[in-house]
Design a protein around this ligand. Structure first.
Ligand SMILES: *[C@@H]1O[C@H](CO)[C@@H](O)[C@H](O)[C@H]1NC(C)=O
Ligand SMILES: *[C@@H]1O[C@H](CO)[C@@H](O)[C@H](O)[C@H]1NC(C)=O
Ligand SMILES: *[C@@H]1O[C@H](CO)[C@@H](O)[C@H](O)[C@H]1NC(C)=O
Ligand SMILES: *[C@@H]1O[C@H](CO)[C@@H](O)[C@H](O)[C@H]1NC(C)=O
Length: 348
């Protein structure tokens, strides 16, 4: 905790501040209803609520508003087959406008990942139609990749930049080479700098970027027969399980460490110097060796500081709800530790 205090202090002392703290709120980590009340709302400027969550938990809207945070709709997708159909796009834009006005929301967060090159221009048109329909006072953001130069055939970044308020680069899921997967860091620290540089080269300055970081990690099973202590020699059985099944919210990671951390003699939480992220090894109940790579308050504090240093507009995290644990006392403690290092946004 002393270290966290020092890091948080340094962020303040150095003066580099972010203006935006943008929190994703989805159904991904089976959080208990109302867990959002554990967040440090003094630091939240915007929450992007996934549609299912909004329908289940509409009270988050007045709750966030009363604390000075904007609420935008997220996770309301359109069937990719219809991107190039102008009337289907118009119907989707109409549905987004209806939902945001029914819930009196402040904007929309677009999440179209892995777009096909043939829909590149249609996705730009859709984005610009959304902005025109939602109006200038709304906040329109788009979750895009951390390495945009590798995706210029899929997204017209400059064209999107014209109609978006902000881009939210997802600095996660960067572990190498799906599906030929070996364990590794989800969100290496060095990706912050390369992400900002690549967007700048494509005409999007850091003042238009809200950098997204993970409040989750990956629990990788090593191939059968991998001995404990194999480190970088651990590779996954092929084909690996679908990667979403390997994803583990921060609370689940802590639970895994607590339950299985002692299953490997002499094991501890290691720190990967190259990526500045923690990881540990454990033996599952079936005897198989796993490596868990994740982010914790220490690795996240470094990334938040790097975001501020590179003059990003803000930071985002997927998701604010990564704590669900059977024991509510621990859930609250984990949330407090994660929020303690989140930068306090400079408010206008
Ligand atoms: C385009 O979308 C409209 C509205 O959803 C639909 O009625 C029409 O069949 C679609 N056209 C094609 C070619 O898919
Ligand atoms: C939006 O709401 C209006 C008014 O309730 C309705 O007429 C329209 O059909 C809705 N549009 C969509 C796309 O849901
Ligand atoms: C990691 O970096 C720290 C500080 O720079 C250093 O003391 C340590 O030896 C490094 N560890 C490894 C395994 O490289
Ligand atoms: C919940 O966790 C706290 C903190 O780790 C611990 O003190 C308490 O005994 C736990 N309660 C239960 C019911 O496991």
């Amino acid at each position: 905790m002393l270290l966290l205090g020092l890091l948080a202090g340094l962020l303040g002392v150095c003066g580099a501040q972010v203006a935006e703290v943008f929190v994703f709120h989805s159904n991904n980590y089976n959080e208990a209803a109302g867990d959002y009340k554990l967040w440090d709302w003094s630091k939240v400027t915007t929450v992007a609520v996934w549609k299912d969550r909004l329908l289940e938990e509409p009270d988050i809207v007045p709750f966030a508003r009363a604390r000075g945070a904007k609420v935008v709709l997220g996770g309301f997708g359109m069937n990719a087959e219809h991107f190039s159909n102008a009337s289907a796009r118009a119907a989707y834009v109409g549905a987004v406008v209806n939902l945001t006005s029914a819930f009196r929301l402040d904007g929309f967060n677009v999440d179209i990942e892995g777009n096909a090159p043939e829909h590149r221009d249609a996705v730009t048109a859709l984005t610009c139609d959304l902005k025109a329909a939602l109006g200038p006072a709304s906040m329109l953001t788009f979750d895009l990749g951390a390495a945009p130069k590798s995706e210029i055939d899929r997204y017209d970044f400059a064209g999107l930049g014209v109609c978006l308020d902000y881009i939210v680069p997802m600095i996660y899921d960067m572990v190498g080479g799906w599906p030929e997967l070996s364990p590794g860091p989800n969100s290496p620290l060095g990706a912050v700098r390369t992400c900002v540089e690549e967007y700048s080269e494509l005409g999007i300055p850091p003042s238009r970027l809200i950098l997204g970081f993970p409040w989750y990690g990956y629990d990788f099973p090593c191939a059968a027969g991998t001995p404990a202590g194999s480190g970088g020699a651990c590779v996954m059985a092929q084909p690996p399980p679908p990667f979403l099944q390997l994803e583990a919210g921060y609370g689940t990671v802590l639970d895994t460490w607590e339950r299985r951390g002692a299953s490997v003699a002499g094991a501890g939480v290691s720190w990967d110097n190259t990526s500045s992220t923690p990881w540990f090894e454990y033996a599952a109940t079936d005897g198989s060796i796993h490596q868990c790579w994740y982010d914790d308050p220490r690795s996240l504090a470094l990334k938040y500081a790097a975001a501020a240093e590179h003059s990003a507009r803000g930071v985002a995290f997927w998701t604010g709800d990564s704590f669900h644990r059977a024991n509510g006392t621990k859930s609250a403690g984990a949330a407090r530790d994660m929020w303690a290092v989140v930068p306090t946004p400079a408010r206008p």
